[in-house]
Design a protein around this ligand. Structure first.
Ligand code: GLA
Length: 380
């Protein structure tokens, strides 16, 4: 990838650029908890985005996407927002850096990625954090790492229409080889947990389906949670985020909020606790508990939060049947992958069965990705 990027950079701009990279992410547990001020437990993975960058002495950005084979040129003022969706991520990062008092001037860039698109592995966060990190380095802006993650998150909010939480960009910026990171999304305290489950493998099964309207359905889930939190806050003013609420407090407002909001909130309150339980279990090497929590999360995401789909429920059920230790839909949902914690001796049989039975039922094969926990944003 390095070579391809530099070759294209040379062909377009007559020299080589400086290389930066960032990563996609997995999340072991803690889904849809980030924007509720709860815990998440992600790690960066060994696929991501790589970009060559060099200042061009103008006030314009010339960006070339190798994957789309498209060039896009845009200015750095608010009115200059580009039409191409992929370019809006880079534009957004430039704008959010400038809004924070950082310097950004015109540059040339060629970039490419190997995060499977639409799989729920945060290719967009990888793109955002690659550029947030690179611009901060190139212009010596001295923006701290959390703010770099927030630059990516604000890019999603303000230029891409997704009211996401901080998890993906956090993982992409803070990721470290061999470690998962538990983040408290309210206080932003975090802790690295070495993750080398002996005798187990972590594997993703990509359903290769992506449902339409995923971002509006995502924003709707967020609104439900905020609505439930607001109702609870009337009785318990200390509730800033839904994750601050006790289950009992949710029951108190059951009649006051739509049934749908109640179910969403019920899931979130349970999920916040599950992250803590999983971290405790990991410290005891108790993978059975980790796996059981993953199944509980899947149940919640499917029945209460309603972000699963037929394909993912099928993969989850199959995992249970084949005695896979843990399995659940991962990421925002509405398609994408399941993440599976599998005993090594069961791995081959499970993967073969998943491929065969999924293909027989849905008419296309799923994709399989072994998870390797890797470093996040960096200069190469
Ligand atoms: C998407 C969002 C994240 C998070 C997850 C669900 O990946 O970008 O902020 O909310 O969904 O856990």
């Amino acid at each position: 990838m390095k070579q391809k990027i530099q070759e294209k950079f040379k062909a377009l701009f007559g020299e080589e650029g400086v290389l930066y990279a960032s990563a996609g992410r997995i999340n072991l547990i803690g889904e849809h908890t980030d924007y509720n001020g709860g815990y998440v437990f992600p790690g960066a993975i060994d696929c991501g985005i790589m970009a060559a960058i060099k200042l061009n002495g103008t006030s314009k950005v010339k960006a070339f996407s190798l994957d789309y084979n498209e060039l896009c040129e845009f200015g750095l003022e608010e009115k200059d927002v580009p039409e191409k969706a992929w370019a809006r991520y880079i534009f957004g990062v430039c704008r959010e850096t400038i809004k924070r008092g950082g310097k950004v001037e015109g540059f040339n860039t060629v970039f490419a990625g190997d995060v499977p698109l639409g799989a729920g592995l945060s290719s967009s966060a990888a793109l955002e954090s690659c550029f947030a990190f690179a611009l901060n380095d190139i212009f010596g802006n001295g923006i701290d790492k959390f703010e770099l993650a927030k630059i990516g998150q604000s890019t999603e909010h303000n230029y891409c229409g997704v009211k996401c939480g901080i998890m993906d960009q956090f993982a992409s910026v803070f990721g470290k080889e061999g470690a998962l990171i538990r983040l408290n999304c309210k206080t932003l305290e975090y802790k690295y947990f070495p993750f080398h489950p002996k005798g187990y493998k972590l594997v993703l099964i990509d359903s290769c389906v992506k449902h339409e309207l995923a971002s509006s359905a995502y924003n709707k889930r967020r609104a439900s949670c905020e609505n439930a939190a607001a109702a609870i806050r009337k009785n318990h003013p200390e509730v800033e985020f839904l994750s601050d609420a006790k289950r009992l407090w949710l029951d108190e407002v059951r009649e006051e909020i739509p049934q749908e909001d109640f179910l969403r909130a019920e899931y979130v309150i349970g999920e916040v606790q599950r992250v803590l339980d999983v971290c405790d279990a990991l410290e005891r090497d108790d993978y059975e508990t980790v796996g059981e929590m993953m199944y509980q999360t899947h149940f919640g995401l499917s029945r209460l939060y309603e972000v699963s789909c037929e394909e993912l429920d099928f993969l989850n059920k199959l995992a249970r049947k084949m005695e896979v230790t843990g399995s659940r839909v991962m990421g925002g949902g509405f398609g994408g992958c399941t993440i599976n914690l599998v005993k090594e001796e069961l791995y081959d049989g499970f993967i073969a069965a998943a491929k065969e039975q999924f293909t027989a039922k849905f008419g296309h094969a799923p994709k399989i990705y072994d998870v390797v926990i890797s470093d996040g944003a960096r200069k190469l």
